[in-house]
Design a protein around this ligand. Structure first.
Ligand code: PGA
Length: 253
């Protein structure tokens, strides 16, 4: 059985004071014995402090992005080795906001995925279609293209060290989550696509759902057979919501 995971993507939110208050509340509420993995993804500048703060707690820390290059003259960028150096273990690659606002294409995302692994980080690879693509019946075509770029460049074996997140763009920050059936259909498609190249890895890879996950809808989403937890944006900034989502993931195990 795959161990559920709940990942909190803070996006460009937080401050030293707000992070400290949120982490204190989470530490009080999260139960270390729950059979799930929990991680938070703060903005770069807070990573070291959040790692220090969570030392000894069973909550992982990841970054929201990583440079595709290992180091050098790339002003403004952060290398995977630096993320490891400050204690991160995970990194999101290919979030739709990076794809959309910073024009990251499938090839760049595939390189970032490889850079994360080379630095010893677990990539959380985001895939997802826009509303227009869904309405045009293109969902599987888009997901396959995004996934295949990573598989072609890095090889299917790398998926054994990675996590996939299905995040329909139309569901992110909109309050309109995919229905459990819609999510399950795409998760099963992703799993099949990986399994076509390696059945064991396809069966084992964790696929998180992201897009307006809340305490109120987490249990039904996580009850689907191929949904292994959530990548949570807005609700990860509210301790009680995030805690309830983690509880739903634990109950789904
Ligand atoms: P949301 O964001 O939960 O606020 O919809 C999810 C994400 O973008 O990871």
């Amino acid at each position: 059985m795959r161990r559920p995971m709940v990942a909190g993507n803070w996006k460009m939110h937080g401050s030293e004071a707000a992070n400290s208050a949120l982490l204190s509340e989470l530490e009080m509420r999260l139960q270390p014995e729950w059979p799930i993995d929990v991680a938070v993804f703060p903005p770069f500048v807070y990573l070291a402090e959040v790692v220090r703060r969570l030392r000894g707690a069973s909550v992982g820390v990841g970054a929201q992005d990583v440079c595709a290059e290992p180091g050098g003259a790339f002003t403004g960028e952060v290398a995977g080795s630096m993320l490891r150096d400050v204690g991160c273990t995970l990194v999101i690659v290919g979030h739709s906001e990076r794809r959309r606002w910073y024009h990251e294409d499938d090839a760049v995302v595939a390189r970032k995925f490889g850079a994360a692994l080379a630095a010893g980080l677990t990539p959380v690879l985001c895939v997802g279609e826009t509303l227009e693509e869904r309405e045009a019946g293109m969902t599987e075509t888009v997901i396959a293209r995004q996934l295949d770029a990573v598989l072609a460049m890095n090889g299917v074996a790398t998926l054994a060290e990675a996590i996939v997140a299905y995040e329909p763009v139309w569901a992110i920050g909109t309050g309109r989550n995919a229905s459990p059936d819609q999510a399950e259909a795409v998760h099963a498609f992703v799993r099949r696509r990986i399994a076509e190249q390696n059945a064991t890895i396809g069966g084992r890879v964790r696929i998180l759902y992201g897009g307006s996950v809340k305490a109120a809808n987490a249990a039904e989403l996580f009850s689907m057979p191929d949904v292994d937890g959530g990548l949570v944006g807005g609700a990860s900034l509210v301790a009680d919501e995030f805690h309830q989502i983690c509880a739903a993931a634990a109950a789904s195990h």
